[in-house]
Write a protein that binds this ligand. Sequence first.
Ligand code: ADP
Ligand code: MG
Length: 762
Amino acid sequence: PVDRLPEIQAVRLQLPVLAEEQMIMEAVRENECVVLCGETGSGKTTQVPQFLYEAGYASAGGIIGVTEPRRVAAISMSHRVATEMNLPDRVVSYQIRYEGNVTENTKIKFMTDGVLLKEIQKDFLLKKYSVVIIDEAHERSVYTDILIGLLSRIVPLRNKKGLPMKLIIMSATLRVEDFTENKKLFRTPPPVIKVEARQFAVTVHFNKRTPLDDYTGEAFRKICKIHRMLPTGGILVFLTGQAEVHSVCRRLRKAFPYRPNREHTDSMETEDGKKSKRTRKKKNVSLPKISLDNYSALPVDEGDEDRQAGIDEEDDEGSDLELELGDHPDAGQVALCAEEKSDPSIPLYVLPLYSLLAPEQQAKVFRPPPPGARLCVVATNVAETSLTIPGIKYVVDCGRVKMRFYDRVTGVSSFKVTWISQASANQRAGRAGRTEPGHCYRLYSSAVFGDFSLFSEAEITRRPVDDLVLQMKDLNIEKVVNFPFPTAPSGDALIAAEKLLISLRALEEPPRRGRFGELERAGLSCPITPLGRAMAAFPVSPRYAKMLALGRQHGCMAYIITIVAAMTVREIFLNYDRPAGSEEENSKMAGKKARSAQMRRVWAGQGQSLLLGDLMVLLGAVGACEFGGCTPQFCEDNGLRFKAMLEIRRLRGQLTNAVNAVCSEAGVYLDNKLAPPTEAQVLCLRQLVLAGLGDHVARRVQAEELLDPKWRNAYKTPLLDDPVFIHPSSALHKTLPEFVVYQEIMETTKMYMRGVCAVQAE
Ligand code: ADP
Ligand code: MG
C-alpha cells in the first residue's frame, strides 16, 4: 500500500490519467504490449509507474523499468515519483550513463534508453523487469526506436518461457502508426489507449509577417507586449538554443527588473564589494522587492547558471560550441528598442530552461513564481513535451528548432536552425491551455505554417548509426537490414556504418568484391569480430572504443581513458565570447579569455607532446584539474567547466571499470595524479588515436596546389572538395603539421576541424 500525503493525493486526482487507471490496467493485464497516448502533462510519466506498482507488478520479484530519452527527465521524474509515493530513492531510483541511486531494493527504475540497451546486452531477456515502459516514444530518439524493436521480440519470448513481461509504449502524440501499423514490429497491432486531457481552448495568433533573422528580437517585443497589456498568467517562450535563451532572459530582466531574494543577493554582492553600498541603501524597502540597481550587471542567477551548465551529449540543442567557433547570434542586435526601457513597476520573474541547465536550476520552473511577479520561462525545445510547466497561459513560439545535421557521406556536422513541424507547433501551442484558456503567439505567418512538414522526422534517419550497428551485431543481429525498426535508417547510413566498422576491424571483411557481389549487398551481414565485441563493451562510440581496446600498450591505458573521456564530454572550456553587456563585464571577460588561452598553451606542452595537439590539451587540463582537487574555484580560474570536469572524472571511473572487466590483465586503476606521458608514450598515444580516427585524416595543402587563396593554411580530406581548417583555438593552429587526424568537422563560418592531433605520414 502506498502512503501518499493528502496534498499530493489532491493534485494527483486532477490528472487526466487517473480517470483512466482502470482501463489502462485492464489493457495491460490482457495484452503483452499497450500503447498509451496522452497530452503532455496528463500524468503518464508520473502516474503509470505508480499504477503498476500498486497493481503488484513490482512485488513478485520483477521490477518496473521506465526509459526516458533525456537524462533530465530520468532524474527529475524519479525524484517526483519518489516524492509522490512517499518512498525513499533507494526504492524509486534512477540510472543514467554514469550515475544513479539504484539499490537491491529498487522497485521502480527510471533510466535513459541507452542504459536499458546496454542491459539487454548482458541479459537479453531482461529478466529483472516485470514491465518496461518506453516513455516519450513520440520523440523517436534512436535508442528508443531500437528498444521498441528489441522488446517486440523479447516480450513474446519471455511470455513463451513462462516469465511474463509487459511492454508499455507512451507517447504525447497520437501519431503512433509507426509502432502499431508496422507488421514487422508487432504482428497483431497493440491496443492504443487515448487519455483525454482536459485541454482548454488555445487561441492561435499568427504574425502577419515572418521575421527572417531577428526572431529573438521579435520574441522579446512580443513578450513585452503581453506582459504590459494582458491579464496575469505565465508566459512560455520557445527559442532554439542556449545562447538565444540567455540573450532574451537578459533583455527581459533589464526591461522588467525583479530582484529575487534579498538575503541571497546581499551575500553575493558583499562578496563583490563594489555594490554593497547600494544594497545597504535598499535594506528598508518593503516587499515586493524591486531592483533599482544597475541593470546592465549580469543577474546573480544567470552568472551562476553559466558556470553550472552541465553536459548532456544526448541533446544537441544550442551548444556553446557554435559560439566558440565563431557564430554570434546576438551580434548586431544591440540597439535598444522602446520596450527595452527599464520598467521596474511590473516585475517579471524570468527563468531560462534548456537541457544543459543544472537540475537545481531547472527545478525552479515547477515552483510558483514569487507573489506579485509574472512567470516567464524562456526555453528551448525541452519544454515542448518532456517537462510540464504549471500556470502557463501564453505561449510565444518562434517556430524554429536547432538541430544537428550530419552529412551522410562526409560526416561533417553542423547545427542548423530549421522550421519545426506542424505537430510540434501544435504541441507548443497546447502548453498554453493546461489550466485555463490561453493564447499562442506564433512569430510566423499562417502561410509559413502551411508549408511546415506535418510531423518531425525520426532521429534515426538523421544521424550516423555506427554505434547502433555495432551494438546490434554484438547482440548477434547480423543482418541489421532485417531488424524491425519502427522507422528504418537509410540504406546509405547502414552501409556507411558497416564500412566504418569493417575498417576499424570490428566486423569481419566481407567476401571479395565481384565474387560474391558488392560490399553493398554482402557487407550488410558481416559478423562481429572478437575486437568488435571488446569494443561493444565500452559505452562510447566505435572510434573511441577502438582506442580503448588497443590502449593497453606501453602503459598508455590511463592516458587513453582520459583522452576518450574528455573527447566524449561536450564543452570542457568555458566560453567567454558571449556578449556580456557593460564595459566592465566585457573587460573582465577579455581577461578571463586571455587566461584561458594561456592555460591551454601550458597544457599543450612542448616538443613531442605538442604533436598530440588538442588531445594533449585535454590530457593536461584533466591532469591539472585533478591535481588541483577538481574544485569549482580551480575550474573557474582556469577556464574549465566544472560540471564537464566532474563528468570526465565519472566517465574515467566507468571506462576504467569497463577496461578491467574486458581484459582483467590490464589492471588499470584510476590515478588522479596523472603524471605527464613520456615522449615514447606520446608517440604511442598518437598511433592509438590514429587507429580510432583513421578515416578522419587531413593533409595540409601543398604549396604547388595553392592556386586559390581560399586554400591558404587549409587542409584537404579524402571526401570533401572544400578546404577544412584548424580552428584558431586549436593547439596546432600555428604548427600546421602535414598530416592530422581530427575528432570531427564542424561547419560554422568555415569548415573547422575539432580535436586535432598530428600524425606521421606512412
Ligand atoms: P506526462 O508524462 O503525461 O507529460 P507528467 O506525469 O510528467 O505528465 O506530469 C503530470 C503533472 O505533474 C504535470 O502537471 C506536472 O506539472 C506535474 N509535475 C511533474 N513533475 C513535477 C515536479 N517535479 N514538481 C511539481 N510538479 C510536477
Ligand atoms: Mg511524460
